[in-house]
Design a protein around this ligand. Structure first.
Ligand SMILES: [Ca+2]
Ligand SMILES: [Ca+2]
Ligand SMILES: [Ca+2]
Ligand SMILES: [Ca+2]
Length: 250
């Protein structure tokens, strides 16, 4: 092995180690919903247990303990809809899997003054899963977002939000946000798609606002701690020391 080989393995090792350490870590310490529908369960997050129910008092799933994000996790507090891969050939984005996530009531989608105060104990990425049909009624391409779009204008570059774009979408297009599927009714068929946007936040409370469009799926939220600087420093130091040792060999 030479230094170049070691350096080339470095990033792969870093990603594997960072992913392993991220998935075990918790970030969310509280979620407070304001101005949501009062006849449905308020927002819940990984680790909490509640009854998924509709306003008729019908319990749809009793004692649901919100798991970490992954295929077939329940998407809303008042539906049996699930988050799923966008298609049989497009997996869930790896950076979302194993993260903590927040369920909203789907019927909070039309609440114009909704807010979610999300508190985190470590610097984190907040990912929003936003229905492709927002503002343009077209499920085949991303939602129409940003200043002047009409709905969810708070999700803007000016506010720190960017596309999570790794080509993990049905179009295989890295210039568009990654996609996840929504299996409406949890019956094994994906019926709609949401695009992924993200923002990096520090320790403290971040406020998410309204979706405000009826007839769509409410947005979902996934939270992942950002890689710790000391993790990266250790890895870089390790690669550097390895190179130094290799160069000193006769
Ligand atoms: Ca509502
Ligand atoms: Ca669209
Ligand atoms: Ca499913
Ligand atoms: Ca379905």
């Amino acid at each position: 092995m030479n230094c170049r080989t070691l350096v080339s393995f470095g990033p792969a090792m870093a990603i594997i180690l960072a992913t392993a350490s991220l998935n075990a870590r918790a970030s969310i310490t509280g979620v407070t919903e304001s101005n949501g529908d009062t006849d449905r369960p308020s927002a819940k997050y990984s680790g909490q247990t509640f009854n998924i129910s509709n306003p008729n008092g019908t319990v749809l799933v009793a004692n649901y303990t919100v798991p970490r994000f992954g295929d077939d996790v329940k998407a809303f507090t008042d539906r049996v809809h699930e988050w799923n891969a966008a298609s049989t050939t497009v997996a869930l984005p790896k950076y979302l899997v194993g993260g903590e996530y927040i369920l909203n009531a789907n019927n909070n989608r039309d609440n114009a003054t909704l807010s979610l105060a999300v508190s985190v104990s470590v610097p984190s990425f907040i990912y929003l899963l936003i229905d492709n049909r927002l503002n343009d009624a077209n499920a085949g391409n991303p939602p129409n977002l940003g200043p002047g779009s009409g709905k969810m204008e708070w999700v803007s570059v000016a506010n720190g939000w960017t596309m999570a774009a790794t080509g993990n979408n049905r179009a295989g297009n890295a210039a568009q946000p990654d996609e996840v599927g929504v299996d409406e009714n949890g019956d094994g068929t994906v019926d709609n798609w949401s695009s992924v946007y993200r923002k990096e936040v520090g320790i403290g409370t971040a406020t998410l606002l309204e979706f405000n469009e009826a007839g769509r799926n409410m947005y979902g939220v996934v939270v992942q701690p950002t890689p710790e600087p000391k993790t990266w420093a250790l890895l870089l130091t390790g690669v550097g020391l390895g190179c130094w040792a290799l160069r000193r060999r006769p």
